[in-house]
Design a protein around this ligand. Structure first.
Ligand code: GLN
Length: 477
């Protein structure tokens, strides 16, 4: 088995036993990226990567550290000093180089990891397919005609294709969990505030979280150990103790109460997806969990609430891209206002423009009360649904997405259809609770290929230990 296809845990054991070197891991990755990424398109500009510099970093890596010698691929909306950070947008592509490290990158480096490679995404993380990237298309490694999911499509595809050991993604409404589900890898969205957002290019600041995509649940726990913690550079990061997330991984689910929310199994879920999820639930029961039907009654408002709050915050966050300080400046403009207008018209793609227009409208004078304020009130009800539910159960299990990965272009003329498919993931962001997607099975498509289906496990705020514990059991099915 090539080194690039192994988990962090496996590689770490071999590194510390002296059976392999960190340089050999880089060699293996370089080879697999060169062999496979041309067809998958997970990495942005891999031909420009300095593998020799990565080998130098590998040579001096401190193997006694938790991620010593492990290369980690990074979503292209997270700043790594000296590297381009395009957010898959024409606005920044070719013109923006990060002047600093995001806190998650500082933490990875301090833990001995080597950030290596920039991963494709939907432009500014807006989307569910990665087809909104202005840079390139990313294919699902299980069937190139299908999308990898999004917005962290590159982050999921490279881990699934063994062209990365593990990666970082960001999740505002499902963007770690959904591509993880579509590509058959593990994807963890931490609780809001668990991980610093400093250096993540902001999409919707009250929803965004950074998290890992990995080949195993144990690797996700290991990565979370490193990424977590309060940060003076992000006032929304929480000052709470960081447990060792690997400590209770094998505690099992015996005696645990697991909630099944009726609303997440409503019409619209593909029966084949349902079958995979039902089977996983039966297995959890067989492993000793008590399965309890629960209700999250405000679920039907989650999509509408999210698609007010996220675009509103995006319209504000993206106002910094005005052609003056960052990225693209139009050469066609002859005064200041024209510079703003033309730089933005040329630099942003259509989905980003749609969100800015929707968000600006929702915040505009006279309408803010009607839309934004109301959405915030509904958000509180959605949070209350979860608070009530977690008085009765330890964790909640559901599909991640109503279908397996769609084909490229399948929903491109119908944004509403694409937004509705976020139904199972976005409430967790609105409530700030943690969620994980773990591979649960596959379904065959008409081309005879097997497309992965993930199981979502949600926990109470700061309840990452519980969801990792449940995920670890599911992984063994
Ligand atoms: N699909 C959702 C959206 O388009 C979620 C994106 C994300 O989590 N970044 O907004």
């Amino acid at each position: 088995m090539s080194l690039s296809s192994q988990t962090i845990t496996q590689l770490r054991a071999k590194l510390t036993a002296g059976e392999i070197t960190a340089v050999e891991i880089i060699d293996s990755l370089e080879q697999s990226i060169k062999e496979k990424d041309g067809a998958i398109g997970g990495y942005i500009n891999p031909a420009s990567y300095d593998f020799d510099a990565a080998r130098e970093a590998a040579k001096s890596a401190d193997l006694s550290l938790p991620l010593g010698g492990i290369p980690i691929a990074i979503k292209d909306n997270i700043n790594v000093k000296g590297e381009p950070c395009s957010c898959a947008s024409k606005f920044l592509y070719d013109s923006y180089v990060s002047p600093y490290d995001a806190t998650v990158i500082t933490k990875l480096k301090a833990a001995g990891a080597i950030p290596l490679g920039r991963l494709n995404l939907d432009e500014f993380a807006m989307g569910s397919t990665t087809d909104n990237s202005a840079v390139q298309r990313t294919n699902n490694p299980h069937d190139y005609d299908h999308v990898p999911g999004g917005s962290s499509g590159g982050s999921a595809a490279v881990v699934a294709a063994d062209t990365a050991i593990a990666s970082l993604g960001s999740d505002t409404g499902g963007s770690i969990r959904q591509p993880a589900s579509h590509c058959g890898v593990v994807g963890l969205k931490p609780s809001y505030g668990r991980v610093s957002r400093y250096g993540l290019v902001a999409f919707a600041s009250s929803l965004d979280q950074v998290g890992p995509l990995t080949k195993s649940v144990e690797d996700a726990a290991l990565m979370l150990n490193v990424l977590s913690g309060s940060d003076t550079m992000d006032s929304t990061s929480l000052e709470v103790e960081v447990p060792d997330f690997t400590a209770n991984l094998d505690a099992g689910v015996a005696g645990m109460k697991i909630g099944i929310p009726t609303e997440y199994f409503a019409a619209g879920i593909d029966p084949a997806v349902r079958e995979v999820v039902d089977k996983a639930i039966d297995q959890l029961k067989a492993a000793g969990a008590e399965i309890v039907e629960i209700s999250l009654p405000h679920t039907e408002y989650a999509v509408a609430t999210y698609y007010i709050i996220a675009p509103a915050e995006a319209s504000s966050n993206l106002s910094r891209f005005d052609g003056i300080r960052y990225g693209n400046r139009s050469s066609q403009a002859d005064n200041l206002i024209d510079t703003y207008k033309k730089s933005r018209s040329e630099g942003f793609g259509s989905e980003v423009k749609r969100r800015i227009i929707l968000g600006t409208y929702a915040l505009s004078s006279g309408y803010d009360h009607k839309y934004y304020d109301k959405a915030q009130r509904v958000r509180t009800l959605i949070l209350k649904d979860f608070t009530d539910a977690f008085e009765k159960v330890d964790a909640i299990v559901s599909p991640v997405c109503p279908t397996a990965a769609p084909k490229h272009g399948e929903n491109s003329d119908d944004p509403l259809k694409e937004y509705l498919a976020d139904i199972c993931t976005i409430a967790a962001n609105l409530a700030g609770i943690p969620g994980i997607s773990v591979p649960a099975g596959t379904i065959s498509n008409s081309a005879g290929n097997k497309l992965p289906v993930g199981l979502q496990i949600l926990g109470p705020q700061l309840g990452e230990e519980v969801i990792l514990q449940v995920a670890k059991v599911c992984e063994s099915f």
